[in-house]
Design a protein around this ligand. Sequence first.
Ligand code: SAH
Length: 253
Amino acid sequence: MGLRFALVAALEEELRTLLAALQSPVTEHHAGRAFHRGRLDGHEVVLVRSGIGKVAAATTALLLADRYGVDALVFTGVAGALQPAASIGDVVVARELLQHDMDASPLFPRHEVPLTGRSHFPTDADLSDALARAARDALEAERIGLDSSFAALGIDRPRVHEGLVVSGDRFVATSLERTALRTELPDALAVEMEGAAVAQVCLDCDLPFAVLRTLSDCADDSAHVDFGRFVAEVAGPLGAAIVRTWLRRVEPA
Ligand code: SAH
């Protein structure tokens, strides 16, 4: 039997393109979520929308590890950019994740997940390498298809970044909050609401995982692109193209 991959996103629009391509789909419901099993690009996959936030993401990741026995998990979606060099439309592949709202100080150091001894949770190196390669190649290839959407949103030439992604149960949308995050965590590339929770569960379950995010906003109060439109027209199709570029290259086990 080949490997089984879990493909997870927080929002419906983020998963839509992958779901449309799923072959022989079978849908099962657990814990209020729809798990779509099927085949994609020659592999057995499970597609699921986790919902937004750390608890929703953790619940979903545990079900995928425990009930579905997946061999690897890839989380895709959108995130807010935290570095001046990272622009809307760029892609971020997480190398490590941290919960920016974790604070059990003074009992434990700021950001440390109590009793784990860590604040930074690494992603799987090989999986992240492969996804970053797929992202670079897909951005070249897919630009043709997404050019008009990119242009309409004022996106020039998307790039791929790799590094720290931070998560918390808060949509970061003020300059004040963005500055506070940047001061506390100067290395953070992007902020979202699920990745670090998935990381903690996957570490507990010894499940290789990766997190891939398209930057949808600058996590500040600047007038940004229409979020819903961006996710549906750019981030969803782009994330799906990257994941499928990666899947096609994975040797059937
Ligand atoms: N307006 C959306 C809500 C999206 S919540 C709706 O009505 O559906 C934000 C989602 O996008 C989360 O899943 C989170 O992971 C990601 N995200 C994008 N930009 C973010 C930001 N600036 N801060 C936190 N999460 C962000």
